[in-house]
Design a protein around this ligand. Structure first.
Ligand code: ATP
Ligand code: MG
Length: 532
């Protein structure tokens, strides 16, 4: 591991610039109000009460010796951005429930606790996902999004000061439990490894704000997610241990605009089973020298707790190609900020619908209302990066794909349970270069999109009414419910009067009929070639 490369601390001008940056982040609404913080704490306290009663009841029902039920408890440990202290307004709470050995995930957590939560008035949008890579109960608790994981540790009772740092806590556990526990272990390890938690937090808030503005914040879509950004920022903090955030932010962009991927970013040496330290557990650890498949990862950003994993495993050629110019542009902007001093230039939103003329439009449709839409859309979203990978492969990388991390929902009619929500993937061809002077050919993506649809329809809980359409669309043919959300009101009005329509709601107006026809004409399934 490289030691720090610069030990100098901030000048008064750096302090002043940091104050400006913090002011900007506050004004952008990134910090919670005192009431919002209190509301989150209430949610965690109430959830702790619920899981406590749940474990006590299970202990009583299983007729363990007297007194055991009284002392039986489960710990509720927040992790993710909340534990790191960088959660923004409206961010989710990620929390881990740690229970004793005799309380299992399958029945006790999902069936019994899931049942309790379903009966709890404060809980809405409850979704149980036992088959996920990291099994999770998702819900809103008094409106706050909560992702609840479960780990049963090999102990008859869970002490309130349970030490999760050592490897021994993982002994005898399955991988789903190890992954669940590692959310907390990784967050704690990141905080332990950064030299100045305050500087780390401000810098990370700034980087997350930038990544969201530029449309490159999403682990599911193949960009970088919360923990990936945290590790990247933590690494820069290690290299400049005495620097203030106003110094760390430009250095962050300088370092990662020049980084030679796939060189890994690590906060500490990777711990192996056979390195003579703690007990060997034989869990899979990221290491391209030992596991050749790890060598194919494009952007290794390695979690610091055993067993180390690549938090950016989902990054593909396409998403890396989208992120690289963003790092470069931010590096340039930071050089300008150093002269002009105004931080807002860094957070200019990326205008996705201006950047491309041509898109793949992925319509997620259900017949059964909001709950069904949430479930089906969640599944489609988790598969969407496969569409990008497939298009890249089918076009030998000559068609650049940029998936947009946001979905756009059509407003439903009150008396109708049908719902539609659309994802978009921006398409572009690389400009001719001296190496490749010819224009790339036209591509026919029908087979590729059909294969993607076939894969999505393998969803184990698919029900009639859950539908998926993938079509090629041009910017001028975007559906009205998207235009309403992306165009300023005055431009929307002008566009409607140009189209000769006064109303762009889901009811088929002349203009929406026209755009439907245009979209249908450009649809990959019905035209010989998608013109891109
Ligand atoms: P956000 O503010 O976006 O919620 P977050 O850090 O909480 O940021 P989440 O996407 O909510 O990120 O994930 C919660 C936690 O789950 C992460 O902090 C991390 O511990 C774990 N996690 C999520 N994705 C990954 C991943 N790809 N690799 C390893 N751990 C992950
Ligand atoms: Mg989170």
């Amino acid at each position: 591991m490289a030691s720090p490369i610069f030990l100098v601390g901030p000048t008064p001008a750096d302090h002043e610039s940091t104050a400006q940056l913090e002011k900007h982040l506050r004004e952008a609404g990134l910090h919670e109000s005192a009431e919002e913080t209190a509301a989150r704490e209430d949610v965690l306290r109430d959830l702790q009460g619920i899981v406590d009663r749940w474990v006590k009841r299970l202990t009583t029902q299983r007729e363990y010796p007297d007194g055991m039920a009284e002392h039986a408890t489960a710990l509720l440990l927040p992790f993710g951005s909340y534990r790191l202290g960088v959660h923004g307004r409206g961010a989710d709470i990620d929390a881990l429930v740690v229970g004793p050995a005799y309380v299992d995930r399958h029945h006790d957590f999902f069936d019994v606790l899931g049942g309790v939560l379903a009966e709890t008035e404060a809980v809405t949008e409850l979704q149980l996902v036992p088959g996920a890579y990291v099994p999770v109960i998702k819900m809103r608790f008094r409106g706050v999004q909560v992702d609840l994981l479960y780990a049963s540790v090999c102990l008859p009772a869970v002490p309130s000061d349970l030490d999760l740092r050592g490897r021994s806590v993982l002994c005898g556990l399955d991988m789903a439990t190890v992954r669940s526990l590692n959310g907390v272990r990784v967050a704690d390890e990141i905080l332990r490894l950064v030299p100045d938690a305050g500087a780390f937090r401000t810098t990370l808030r700034c980087v997350k704000h930038w990544a969201k503005a530029r449309g490159i914040y999403s682990n599911a879509m193949g960009f970088v997610g919360g923990v990936g950004w945290a590790i990247l920022v933590a690494r820069v903090c290690q290299l400049y241990p005495n620097a203030a955030p106003s110094m760390l932010v430009p250095r962050f962009f300088r370092i990662f605009s020049q980084w030679k991927w796939p060189n890994p970013v690590m906060l500490r040496e990777i711990e192996h089973d056979d390195d003579g330290g703690e007990m060997p557990l034989g869990l899979p650890v990221w290491d391209p020298r030992r596991n050749p498949s790890d060598g194919s990862h494009l952007m290794p950003v390695i979690t610091p707790a055993y067993p180390c994993m690549n938090s950016c495993y989902n990054v593909s050629r396409a998403t890396l190609r989208t992120m690289t110019p963003e790092f470069e542009a931010a590096h340039k902007v930071c050089q300008e900020i150093a002269v002009a001093g105004a931080w807002d230039a860094l957070f200019r939103p990326f205008n996705f619908f201006k950047a491309y003329k041509s898109y793949l439009r992925v319509d997620v449709k259900v017949a059964g209302g909001e709950e069904d839409l949430r479930e089906w859309k969640g599944w489609v979203e988790s598969r969407l990066r496969q569409l990008v990978v497939r298009v890249e492969m089918a076009t030998a990388g000559m068609l650049l794909c940029h998936p947009h991390p946001h979905a756009y929902a059509a407003k439903p009619h009150d008396d109708d349970r049908r719902r539609v929500s659309s994802f978009f993937v921006g398409l572009s061809k690389p400009a001719p270069s001296p190496q490749q002077p010819q224009q790339p050919p036209q591509f026919d993506l029908r087979l590729t999109t059909q294969e993607f649809k076939d894969e999505v329809y393998t969803y184990a809980f698919w029900r009639p009414g859950m539908e998926l359409d993938v079509s090629h669309t041009r910017r001028k043919d975007l559906p009205p419910y998207v235009l309403e959300q992306i165009l300023p009101a005055d431009r929307l009005k002008r566009k409607r009067s140009d189209d000769g329509s006064g109303n762009s709601e889901s009811s088929p107006s002349p203009s929406s009929r026209a755009s439907k026809r245009a979209a249908a004409a450009g649809r990959i399934g019905s035209s010989p070639e998608s013109e891109t």
